[in-house]
Every structure is written in C-alpha cells, then in structure tokens.
Ligand binder design. Sequence first.
Ligand code: C2E
Ligand code: MG
Ligand code: MG
Ligand code: MG
Length: 289
Amino acid sequence: QADTALFQAKVAGRDTLSFFDPEIQARLQARARLESDLRQALPRGEFQLYYQPQITADGEMCGVEALLRWQHPGRGVVSPGEFIPLAEENRMILAIGGWALESACRQLAFWAADPERQHLVMAVNVSPVQFREDDFVEQVLAILDATRAPARRLKLEVTESLFMEERDDARAKMLRLSERGVRFSLDDFGTGYSSLSYLKRLPLAQLKIDQSFVRDLLEDQTSAAIVISIISLARSLELDVIAEGGETEAQRDWLTTHGCTRFQGYLFSRPQPLERLPLSLSATTSDSP
Ligand code: C2E
Ligand code: MG
Ligand code: MG
Ligand code: MG
C-alpha cells in the first residue's frame, strides 16, 4: 500500500514528491515489471493450482483447498502473497480468480464421478474484488454448469473484510449461492474486524482459525484463549471449525483436546500439485491407464 501511495504520488506529478531515492525507484520498477509480467501470465498458461489436504480427527482427507501458484518464467514460483494484492489492485484478480475457480471445479467434477473421491470438498479462495462484482453469483453458477461440478462439494473461502462494507449485498449473494448448495468458510478468522453479530445472519458453514493463532497456541496464552473462543463460538453457532497452519503433533493434540476436529497444515501435507496429493488423488482421464 505504501508502494501504491508512492506510485500515485509519482504519477500525480511534480508538485507532490520527487523520486531520486534509488531504492524506491528500484522497487517501483520491480513492481511495474511484476505487473506487466502478471498481465501475460494467464494467456501464457503460467498459473497452476496446488491442493492442500484438509483432514478429519481420524486422519482422513475430507477435502482440499485450492491454492494458486504462478510459475514465473524468470523468477520461479511467485507466491500468491506477492501477486494477489497486486492483482486485486489492478483487478486482474477477476480473470485470475475466475480461472482458479473454473480449474478447481473441473477437478471437482472428475472427483464426483469417482466413488473413492466423490466425498471430497473443494475449497476455493474468493477475493472481495471478485465477490463485489454485480454478476458474481451468475459467474459461479455458470462455472458450476459448464464444469458439471456438484455445488454441494464446493466451498468458497471468504474473509471478514467482505462484511465491513456492503454487508447486505454480500449476504444476499451468499444466500443465493447457498440456496444452490454452495458452502462458505470464513477464512483467517480472528484477524479481521470481527463484529460478531453478522455471523448469525450469514449462511456460513465453517470458521477457519487463522494460522497465526495456531502457530502460537502452545507458547502464547492469548492465542490459546482466542482459539478456545473460536471453537466454542463455532459450536454454539453450529458451524464447522477448521484449524489452519498446524505444523506439529503437539498443536494437533491440543486442538483435538479442545474440540477442533479439522486440520489443514504442513503437519499433514504442504500444498501439492494434483499428481502429488496423497492417496493417489490424481483423477484425470488422461492419467488413467
Ligand atoms: P489462505 O487462503 O489463508 O491460505 C492458507 C495459506 O497458508 C497458504 O499459503 C498455505 O500454503 C499456507 N499454509 C498452510 N498450512 C501451513 C502451515 O502449516 N504452515 C505455514 N507456514 N503455512 C501454511 P499460500 O498458498 O501462499 O496462499 C496465501 C494466500 O493467498 C491465501 O491465504 C489466500 O488468501 C491467497 N490465495 C491463494 N490462492 C488464491 C486464489 O485462488 N484466489 C484468491 N483470491 N486468493 C488466493
Ligand atoms: Mg483460504
Ligand atoms: Mg487462511
Ligand atoms: Mg489469507
């Protein structure tokens, strides 16, 4: 955001600030380069989805979260933390996010045709920029239709930021999609604005405990207290709860003891390309013998 402010100041012209600071200059150039590369990335097929398993208390995989990876021709893999904020600012996230949703739904449709995998739920992240589009609901429904993916196995991950403004609009869209079977998970829960009153008005299926709390819960009493509260909140609202970012057995044991029964974290698996998912989940027709 600081970068953007500076960039805008620069564009605004000479009355604002002058940029002879070589470090800032270099950063602006790097950003501009990344942005122009990003414009090419989709047509050049440089995006890929990785999938990270979601695990039940019995250690069974109940679903995956689809996570974007950008295979940059010169820089190797660029993480979404780096390119998604940029794509949101220049609205390229609309095309990129649409591609991700469609690719994930295509995979979901393959799983639906396979008795061993048809129980798997596909979680897909949706940016507030996508969600705020007037025809967001129609876009999702069109993708479900085109791919023939089962709506009940699709879970959209949204963040609290969506409910800070335009609450009624967001709620109306969620209601329309949930009427069609699509479920919603509230990602990074606990890090956002958290006016808890909206929770009971939204058709949510799941709270996803942010990984920052999971990471610290054994060392930090505040994090532990927050996690306990989220689990109990989920229980009283009859929502599912999943802990994100668990890396150790000790964290998993603590979470189980405190009533959290779903996990997603490096302890079980890092995000993987489809063909490396455990339980040989690479269900594509071309791979079949
Ligand atoms: P997120 O949705 O909260 O995704 C979870 C992030 O935590 C992922 O990072 C995942 O790799 C990471 N993670 C999972 N388990 C562990 C763990 O045990 N330890 C650690 N250190 N990290 C763990 P990733 O893949 O870099 O994605 C970052 C963010 O980028 C995501 O956060 C999400 O907000 C966004 N993102 C990714 N794919 C998409 C997409 O298709 N569309 C949109 N709009 N956003 C996406
Ligand atoms: Mg997510
Ligand atoms: Mg998260
Ligand atoms: Mg996040």
